[in-house]
Write a protein that binds this ligand. Structure first.
Ligand SMILES: Nc1ncnc2c1ncn2[C@@H]1O[C@H](COP(=O)(O)OP(=O)(O)OP(=O)(O)O)[C@@H](O)[C@H]1O
Ligand SMILES: [Mg+2]
Length: 337
């Protein structure tokens, strides 16, 4: 029989509209049943999951239709923007207190944007996210879209930036027209590609023109209901004129122990063993970024699934995190050499 903990996890995934998580919990319950000798129940559950998966692959998920308006991009826009309907919530993130406050503030201002406008104030809607790899910048854009129930439009920089003179500015125009007409979170990921300092040595004429157009469009974007989120690992390379155009610059850092613990707990889910040796785990996770910790936990879970185990062990988890740390140290050693 499913435990209360499993039913709670099932229901909360259902409430979030995360059907994939519902099915993965059902499979975990099937594994527990199989291990307890109830092979028929396990088989029944697995078959139901398979039927649900087959049905889902044939249709647009109904949760997407009810939760947010489906926005489609047409023609050339389609090559410039990819559309996503993320489900990740703010609560899923491990963030430093002030970062969390800033994001909550953005959401609050968006929720109350009409009220702010009626007082002649512009809600915060243009964010620059800066910080090291794997610290949650891209995840933040997804979270903002999910919390606001709007689509996430990721700008494809490779399609945007071309070698042909003047073409990129035209493409930017298309994107910013879409910003004005369709409410969404527009993500310019790895933004340093266009945002690099105008006077920098590696500057080329076309990039300077792109940057100038971007600065111009950013002024116009001020009166739309869309959010513009730019993310970069290299805030120091960004043109100061550009940084000024953003309403807020949010800086991400490496996870502290509290954040590392939250990521481990969240990712373990039902695979969490009763006992975890936190001191050892946190020391193995030290030096890893958020993304690396998350992937370390996922590695151990995948191995547990393949062994038909229903829980991971604290020792396996510690070993997986330590292995990631060692691999990282070896790689950075090579780079420095
Ligand atoms: N603050 C966080 N809280 C919880 N999980 C996180 C956080 N940051 C990152 N993760 C995990 O790491 C994964 C990668 O994070 P993300 O892609 O957002 O990093 P990023 O800052 O955009 O990195 P990059 O600079 O390499 O693009 C996420 O999908 C998530 O699983
Ligand atoms: Mg990213």
């Amino acid at each position: 029989m499913a435990t209360a903990q499993q039913i709670i996890a099932l229901l909360s995934s259902h409430v979030k509209g995360d059907q994939e998580q519902v099915l993965s919990i059902a499979l975990q319950v099937a594994a527990v049943e199989a291990r307890s000798g109830r092979k028929e129940t396990a088989e029944q559950l697995r078959k139901l999951v398979q039927i649900a998966r087959n049905a889902r692959s044939r249709q647009v998920p109904s949760s997407d239709i009810s939760a947010i308006p489906i926005a489609r991009t047409k023609g050339e826009l389609q090559t410039l923007l990819s559309v996503h309907y993320p489900k990740t919530r703010l609560d899923d993130m491990a963030l430093a207190g002030d970062t969390l406050d800033r994001l909550n503030d953005v959401l609050e201002q968006q929720a109350q944007r009409e009220r702010l406008r009626s007082f002649g104030k512009v809600p915060t809607s243009r964010l620059l996210l800066a910080g090291p790899p794997g610290s949650g910048k891209t995840m933040t854009a997804s979270v903002l879209a999910a919390e606001l129930h709007v689509p996430l439009f990721a700008v494809r920089l490779d399609a945007l930036i071309t070698r042909y003179l003047g073409e990129t500015a035209g493409k930017l125009r298309l994107i910013f027209d879409h910003v004005a007409t369709t409410r969404g979170v527009f993500l310019f990921d790895e933004f340093d590609a266009i945002g690099s300092y105008r006077g920098a040595d590696n500057d080329v004429g076309e990039m300077r023109r792109v940057l100038n157009s971007f600065l111009q469009f950013m002024e116009e974007a001020n009166n739309t209901d869309s959010l513009i989120v730019a993310a970069t690992n290299h805030a120091e390379l960004l043109d100061p004129a550009l940084a000024r155009r953003f309403d807020d610059v949010i800086v991400y850092g490496m996870p502290d122990e509290k954040a590392a613990r939250k990521i481990i707990e969240r990712h373990l889910g039902l695979f969490r063993p009763r006992q975890l040796q936190w001191t050892k785990l946190l020391s193995a996770a030290a030096g890893l970024n958020h993304g690396e910790i998350a992937r370390g936990v996922d590695d151990v879970i995948k191995r547990a699934i393949l062994k038909e185990a229903t829980k991971v062990t604290s020792g396996d988890l510690q070993a997986a995190l330590a292995a990631r740390g060692n691999a990282k140290a070896a790689l950075s050693g090579k780079r420095e050499a």
